[in-house]
Design a binder for this molecule. Structure first.
Ligand SMILES: Nc1ncnc2c1ncn2[C@@H]1O[C@H](COP(=O)(O)OP(=O)(O)O)[C@@H](O)[C@H]1O
Ligand code: SF4
Ligand SMILES: [Mg+2]
Length: 367
């Protein structure tokens, strides 16, 4: 795949591949995942007065070999979701299964084995690499915890091979992070993520801090590595055009919940959730004629606090379609029975419909 404009359609071969991937086995099964951060008051006697509901009942599958994009505005819980999946933060509730095994129930060797198989690439290549360590030590550090992957005598060679795989000169092994550009540092971060030969890599905004000219190179490298090592990716970003380029499926988050999920074609061309439609209407369009003919949906009102989300549908305070039912009944993420074709994918809206269409429910409530 090459980098093309945000509006470009995928080829029939790519669509067929996405279909094939999506019908495979799930490698991660996430159900009703919850992460609440307690809000406390008092200095000596801390009393819990509430909770930031950063992730509040998220369910999805990550299929073997696929790339699942996760989009949503800043603060909607994407990074928290990644950290809970990585076991960097304990979940408040819900279930995460890796190849059918519940991660939260594992300990000792079992947990260590799963940790090895799920790795993360972070957003900021400037702060995520220790400036006092050489590139060789940074990339080889995971071998200290998992010496079985590369015994001591083989490590230098293993690190040099990893540098080569991510397109860096293996002779740079003794250099320090400050001697590299942003794009090269992200390559170092990716090499480190690959060191333990994981099956899943969670990329949290991996190119957001990079120059636009470098972003495409890093994305192309991630795609090339996916094919080479049969990796499954969760690709988190707020930039919808980058997510479309790399993803087979896309999930949209709002205030700690998944509001819509489907193939990239279903989400980008047949979105049925008003929030997704608003996000898409704000994506820059390179073609001036197309730009003029498109109506932009301007969202009014601030994003509510995740410590005190609206009742019913969390999007209702900013939704132009909201009705009484939206305040009392939580819309579940499911395929709406009244939709067909590419519009028939999971959407958490009582009145899910493609832009410009109305739903039977909407007509009956307003009529
Ligand atoms: N350690 C923490 N303690 C308290 N609140 C947190 C913590 N980490 C994240 N949050 C809050 O959780 C919400 C989701 O944050 P985050 O997952 O970073 O969102 P995103 O990655 O989508 O920008 C935000 O309101 C954020 O302030
Ligand atoms: S459930 Fe109601 S408030 Fe929520 S997105 Fe749908 S129409 Fe809007
Ligand atoms: Mg984040």
């Amino acid at each position: 795949m090459t980098v093309d404009g945000p509006g470009a359609l995928e080829s029939p071969a790519e669509a067929a591949f996405a279909q094939e991937v999506a019908s495979g086995e799930p490698i991660l099964e996430v159900r009703d995942l919850i992460k609440h951060f307690p809000l406390t008051k008092g200095v000596l006697f801390k009393k819990q007065v509430g909770a930031v509901k950063a992730v509040d009942g998220v369910s999805f599958d990550l299929m073997q070999g696929e790339t699942l994009g996760i989009v949503g505005e800043s603060g909607c819980g994407k990074s928290t979701l990644a950290k809970v999946l990585m076991n960097l933060e304990p979940a408040t509730g819900g279930s995460v299964k890796y190849k059918g095994e519940e991660i939260s129930k594992l300990s000792g060797a079992g947990l260590k084995a799963v940790r090895r198989n799920i790795q993360m690439v972070f957003q900021d290549p400037y702060t995520s690499l220790n400036p006092r360590m050489t590139v060789g030590d940074i990339i080889g550090e995971p071998f200290e915890i998992h010496p079985e992957v590369a015994p001591k005598g083989d490590r230098r060679k293993a690190v040099q091979d990893l540098l080569d795989v991510v397109g860096l000169n293996p002779e740079y092994i003794n250099r320090y992070p400050h001697q590299f550009s942003g794009g090269q540092r992200q390559r170092i971060g990716i090499a480190r993520g690959l060191a333990l030969k994981p099956e899943v890599i969670i990329c949290d905004e991996p190119v957001s801090a990079l120059d636009v000219s470098v972003q495409a190179q890093v994305i192309n490298l991630l795609e090339q590595l996916q094919g080479e090592f049969n990796l499954s990716y969760m690709f988190i970003a707020h930039d919808l055009s980058i997510v479309r380029h790399i993803s087979d499926r896309v999930g949209v988050m709002y205030l700690g919940r998944m509001v819509e999920i489907g193939s990239d074609l279903e989400i980008y061309e047949h979105a049925t959730h008003p929030y997704t439609q608003a996000l898409l209407s704000a994506v820059p369009v390179p073609d001036p004629a197309a730009r003029e003919s498109r109506d932009r949906i301007v969202l009014t009102g601030d994003v509510p606090s995740p410590a005190n989300p609206p009742s019913g549908c969390r999007f209702r305070t900013r939704c132009w379609l909201a009705q009484e039912r939206c305040a009392t009944e939580v819309p579940l993420l499911a395929v709406p029975a009244w939709l067909s074709g590419l519009a028939a994918h999971e959407s958490a809206c009582h009145f899910a419909a493609e832009r410009g269409e109305t739903t039977p429910g909407e007509q009956s409530e307003s009529g």
